[in-house]
Design a protein around this ligand. Structure first.
Ligand SMILES: Nc1ncnc2c1ncn2[C@@H]1O[C@H](COP(=O)(O)OP(=O)(O)OP(=O)(O)O)[C@@H](O)[C@H]1O
Length: 264
């Protein structure tokens, strides 16, 4: 190397968290996911978009195997997570769902106190000491920017919170067990615009420590928060790329038609 020559910074290595290959999923005889190849990367927000019925919810529910609760579901292919193919290897579902947490469209806090909602997961996973639980509850509620709003009413019912607060509580409940991945299935579709913005800001903050996969009907939301966007159509993954590319210069005409509002 010559004197004064700059040392090139090697490109950051993108680490994947899920590596999905040839995933097919049937509800009875109906093929709902067709040959999906999909890599989900660490510390990113991955948005899943597409018209109603294209398979977004089905896909996201394969990642923590929640889909298996539905009778008649059959899958083939590979869902590789932490060197394990979730479809072939024996998987401890309690452990998987600790690592791959989920938040739903409609906030679904347990009919218990705010404190108990957050402490629930850690207790199941063996944390018994009150001091440790207190610490986890406070940290989780701080991480979702809810602590200051609820610290004086931790022992009151979670059902007394507003919709937006309930959704942040559900995210706190998901992160209390220190997952790797948080799945969000239309997390803001039942919320007002201010609560929606709060959840989006929260997702941007959380991706520093977690990987987030977010199903959304709202294309502006995908464009605002996600690093990569996947466009599904009739069970197929049509295009998956950097979000900026999907919204400004998609490769597939069908993606372009969808993101420009020509159908959907
Ligand atoms: N429990 C089920 N049993 C049978 N078919 C189902 C079931 N759930 C979904 N499907 C079918 O699978 C396909 C994909 O549905 P899915 O709910 O994944 O779509 P989606 O993109 O999430 O739709 P939406 O945006 O309306 O929520 C649809 O044809 C749907 O009818």
């Amino acid at each position: 190397m010559k004197m004064g020559q700059a040392i090139a910074t090697p490109p950051a290595v993108e680490k994947s968290v899920f590596d999905i290959k040839n995933l097919n999923l049937w509800y009875g005889k109906n093929l709902a996911l067709k040959d999906i190849d999909f890599t989900i990367y660490n510390n990113e927000i991955t948005a899943i978009i597409g018209p109603s019925g294209c398979g977004k919810s089905t896909f996201i529910k394969t990642l923590n195997l929640m889909i298996q609760n539905i009778p008649g579901v059959r899958m083939s292919g590979e869902i590789n997570y932490e060197h394990t193919n979730l479809l072939n290897d024996r998987v401890d579902l309690v452990d998987l769902r600790k690592k791959v947490g989920m938040v739903f469209q409609k906030a679904n806090p347990f009919p218990k106190s705010i404190y108990e909602n957050v402490a629930y997961g850690p207790k199941i996973h063996g944390v018994k000491k009150k001091g440790k639980l207190d610490e986890i509850v406070e940290r989780s509620l701080r991480d979702v920017f809810l602590w200051d709003e609820v610290k004086d009413r931790l022992n009151t019912s979670a059902l007394g919170l507003s919709g937006g607060q309930q959704q942040r509580l559900c995210i706190a409940r998901a992160i209390a067990t220190k997952p790797d991945v948080i799945l969000m299935d239309e997390p803001t579709s039942a919320l007002d615009p201010i609560s929606t913005i709060k959840i989006e800001e929260l997702a941007l903050e959380l991706k520093k420590n977690y990987s987030i996969v977010m199903v959304t009907h709202n294309m502006q939301q995908a464009a605002r928060v996600s690093d990569r966007t996947a466009f599904f159509l009739m069970g197929e993954l049509i295009e998956y790329d950097q979000t900026s590319k999907i919204f400004s210069a998609p490769s597939d005409k069908r993606t372009e038609d969808y993101v420009t509002g020509r159908f959907g």
